[in-house]
Design a protein around this ligand. Structure first.
Ligand code: KG4
Ligand code: ZN
Length: 348
């Protein structure tokens, strides 16, 4: 099967060609430069930019895979969750293409696709579902922080999520306080490398609470008050590096400790992670070392598959299409607030 997948849930326009569990092309056009001057994603601008980029990106994905539109057997797109106007661009274009080419269409849950991205390995990237085992999955991005128990392929249960800001949002908002460009996560990581993570003691929100939820807005607020009381630190390069290292340490400790605690409580033997924040090497190391100490297997996708991309959408869509596609797929609408637990949990 040759499948064309579209992802436009936030600020990445991405189109991929997937054939028999292999990602043959995965083109990502990022809009970060456009949104940077506003300090975050502006939904109307994101939708307009998706409209502008979608066909060139799709054409490039087909060209790189050496596939003509007539060779396609199926089309897929992210149906939700995400920004309504942004989702609509990719989803409606994909439905139109499916109608025109008379091939099946499937709408995919964005987070469900993140759950399976750690099982994509190699070059070219290929789904390794033969190795699949029940696991605990941390999805951690600019919009979401979720802990999900995968009981089997296609069967999952959300254990916890953030009550306010996502972890990536916390990196971005702390970056804004420091005057760093959006998205600030990568720059905070870079500055933290030469900083002292013990320099300042920031709160570890909800670390000791007996649940799997997160909360990061209090951490951001404590950084705001800290800088309000010591504005001179903003002009001190060493203090800025120490601040980045200390904030990063707080976020990473909460994410890693709560993930490992949940894994041990539910008794899985494997932990996985995905989403933009898993590009952070300190977080990867903390999870990897924690898993090693606890005798757990650890899986994370390469950075290019951790962030939003259509390749992961296509891999999951192909799996779903092995079952007959729902006949009403072409009249479905986007679901911007789609809850993962509302998905059928009876396998693919
Ligand atoms: O998954 P993603 O590309 O997009 C969504 O938000 O859905 O994640 C982007 C988020 C941003 O908040 C960005 O600051 C954060 O991931 N991020 C990082 C790093 N790279 C990206 N945060 C910390 N360290 C990084 N190296
Ligand atoms: Zn995502």
């Amino acid at each position: 099967m040759n499948l064309l997948a579209f992802e436009t849930s936030c600020d990445e326009t991405s189109v991929a060609v997937v054939s028999q569990g292999c990602i043959r092309s995965n083109v990502i056009s990022s809009q970060v430069d456009l949104h940077r001057e506003y300090g975050g994603v502006v939904p109307e601008l994101a939708a307009r930019e998706h409209l502008r980029n979608l066909l060139p990106v799709a054409g490039e994905a087909l060209r790189l895979a050496g596939i003509a539109p007539g060779d396609l057997d199926a089309i897929a797109a992210t149906r939700g969750p995400g920004l309504p106007s942004a989702l609509m661009v990719g989803f409606k274009a994909a439905q139109a293409m499916s109608f025109t080419l008379e091939v099946p269409f499937v709408g995919v849950h964005h987070h469900e696709a993140h759950l399976y991205s750690p099982w994509i390995v190699g070059d070219p990237p290929r789904a390794d579902f033969g190795a699949f085992e029940p696991n605990l999955s941390l999805i951690v991005s600019g919009g979401h922080t979720l802990l999900v128990h995968l009981l089997a392929e296609g069967r999952h249960r959300v254990l916890g999520s953030t009550l306010d800001d996502a972890a990536g949002e916390c990196f971005d908002k702390v970056g804004k306080l420091l005057g760093l460009p959006y998205p600030a996560g990568p720059e905070i990581e870079r500055l933290a490398e030469s900083g002292d993570r013990r320099a300042y003691d920031f709160p570890r929100p909800m670390l000791q609470e007996a649940n799997d939820d997160f909360s990061f807005s209090g951490l951001k607020t404590s950084v705001r008050y800290f800088l309000r009381d010591r504005p001179e630190l903003l002009d001190d390069a060493k203090a800025r590096r120490n601040l980045c290292a200390s904030v990063q340490a707080a976020i990473v400790e909460v994410l890693a400790v709560k993930t490992l605690k949940a894994a041990s409580r539910i008794g899985v033997r494997c932990v996985t992670a995905s989403g933009g924040v898993t590009c952070n090497r300190t977080l990867r190391q903390a999870l990897e070392q924690g898993c090693r100490r606890s005798g757990l297997r650890w899986r994370v996708a390469p950075a290019g598959l951790c962030t939003d991309n259509a390749g992961m959408i296509g891999i999951l869509a192909e799996r779903k299409l092995q079952k007959p596609a729902a006949s009403e797929a072409l009249v479905e609408e986007v679901l911007p607030s789609w809850e993962m637990d509302s998905l059928q949990t009876n396998g693919f």
